[in-house]
Design a protein. Structure first.
Length: 291
């Protein structure tokens, strides 16, 4: 027998694997099925590349098994919406400490007659607030001081038999108390109003003054609380509109500043959420009335 053709076998030959791969015989493709590439489990209609959960039209992939199209991941097929329990929803209504629920609805369902005249029909009312009672500190202290001083002075002058001066002291006391009553009435008619479109301040007894600022024009808003304000729950709001001086730039002595701040911010950034919440509360109230 003759020696085989070709170079002798060399295990260290770097081209050996390439030559063996190039000279490997190509298997015969039998259309009737055979061990090469027929209807066996390799590339047939078996479970390897068929319409199974791995590559078929399952929940994770679009298209059909042997459609010839590229496999595309369906982002919505495997998405599961988050499940929020009632306890978690209740926690969203709590304040920062988690001890007491935070009020998120307007103080009144309908505006008062004082405010309703300044709202147009398509405007949604969100609430109105009188200034904190600390706003009356100065006139009340003046009234109390005048009562003690003029009362003592009237008694002293009555003992001196000077009736004219006593009458003047009494009239002066009535004038001071009338001024105090005027300040109290002015405080009562002074309202801060929030709607879904603007913030307003209405004040004045004889001369009415109505100032407003659209919510879309508010570029910056903050509130300030002194130590006394934190103890008594009042503060001063500062509203900025495009860096210009406005009639509503500074509003002093507003009650519950944190609650009011959250209401205004929510109305500015999440008006749809406010509408949805108020609608839900209205439906629950109607259901309770029907029950």
């Amino acid at each position: 027998m003759g020696s085989p053709s070709g170079p002798p076998f060399d295990p260290d030959d770097p081209d050996r694997e390439r030559r063996e791969r190039d000279t490997e015989p190509i298997p015969r493709i039998d259309p009737d099925g055979g061990p090469g590439y027929g209807a066996g489990p390799g590339l047939s209609d078996g479970p390897s590349l068929s319409d199974d959960v791995g590559y078929g039209a399952g929940p994770g992939y679009a298209g059909e098994g042997r459609s010839g199209r590229a496999w595309i991941r369906d982002p919505e097929a495997a998405y599961q919406p988050p499940q929020i329990s009632e306890d978690e929803l209740a926690g969203l209504r709590a304040d920062a400490t988690g001890s007491t629920p935070r009020r998120v609805l307007p103080l009144e369902d309908e505006p008062s007659s004082l405010v309703a005249r300044y709202l147009f029909p398509t405007e949604r009312y969100r609430g109105e607030w009188k200034r904190h009672w600390i706003h009356l500190t100065t006139p009340l202290l003046i009234g109390i001081g005048a009562t003690f001083v003029l009362g003592y002075l009237s008694g002293f002058l009555a003992g001196q038999n000077v009736g004219a001066l006593t009458t003047i002291a009494v009239l002066l006391w009535f004038a001071v108390m009338g001024w105090v009553a005027w300040k109290v009435a002015d405080w009562w008619y002074d309202r801060f109003i929030l709607t879904n479109k603007r913030v307003m301040v209405v004040n004045g007894i004889i001369t009415r003054r109505v100032a407003m600022m659209p919510l879309v024009r508010v570029t910056d808003m903050k509130y300030e609380q002194s130590p006394t304000g934190r103890a008594l729950n009042y503060g001063t709001f500062v509203l900025e509109s495009a860096g210009q001086e406005q009639a509503l730039r500074e509003i002093k002595n507003l009650p519950n500043p944190n609650e009011l701040y959250l209401r205004v911010v929510e109305e500015m950034y999440e008006p749809q959420a406010v509408e949805a919440r108020l609608g839900k509360e209205a439906d629950e109230a109607k259901a309770d009335d029907g029950a």
